[in-house]
Design a protein around this ligand. Sequence first.
Ligand SMILES: CC(C)(COP(=O)(O)OP(=O)(O)OC[C@H]1O[C@@H](n2cnc3c(N)ncnc32)[C@H](O)[C@@H]1OP(=O)(O)O)[C@@H](O)C(=O)NCCC(=O)NCCS
Length: 197
Amino acid sequence: MTPVIRPARPDDRAALSEICVLTADSGQDASALYSDPDYPGLVWSVPYLFFAPDHAFVLETGGKVVGYVVGAADTEAYEAQLDRDWYPQLARTYAGRTPEAKLDSNVLDKLTNPPKSDPEIMREYPAHMHINLLPEVQSGGWGRKMIETEMDSLRAAGVTGMHLGLGLRNERAFGFYQRVGLKELRRDDAIWMVIRF
Ligand SMILES: CC(C)(COP(=O)(O)OP(=O)(O)OC[C@H]1O[C@@H](n2cnc3c(N)ncnc32)[C@H](O)[C@@H]1OP(=O)(O)O)[C@@H](O)C(=O)NCCC(=O)NCCS
């Protein structure tokens, strides 16, 4: 069965959540690092379905979602909306949860102290994105097709530049992003990569 790229829908939520945890440890399975498999998707995949649906796409094969690319055209506006309409509700739902696994606090802390992108990076590269494919569809050219779909979508919305952050240990994704045209801007607790459209 040939995979197809299609716009994501709200009912892809479970798939986005699962793919996120299965690739959240610098591209590898992070299931053992979170006590609740939904945790990483609450920050890095699921909210895009609801707050940036125009730039959310999935890769589907035989009725199964095997990858996603999500992004926001205006990161500052997206983060402000999540501050109002996403994190407060999560903070209530998950109130009383305490970190039990190694990376739980990475997510639980963000529910009450939502992540903010660097204003200096956003000035020139206002959009940002995340791409995650399951191992079964990696290295087959789908990553390139998915990121090009995302960049076309952002360009069509008038965006002039995009940034993303990746884990310092994710050498593979670093090579991929360079190959598809992104450049390293700087490194701190993450590698920050950018592209001008
Ligand atoms: C990173 C990821 C999105 C790449 O997608 P992919 O489908 O594996 O990559 P593709 O097969 O489409 O490769 C696209 C191009 O990049 C090149 N490439 C891929 N990985 C590379 C690497 N490590 N170094 C150099 N080039 C690389 C390919 O050779 C290909 O080149 P071409 O199109 O010019 O022939 C995918 O492997 C993935 O989801 N990994 C797990 C999750 C993850 O790490 N996400 C990123 C988090 S920041």
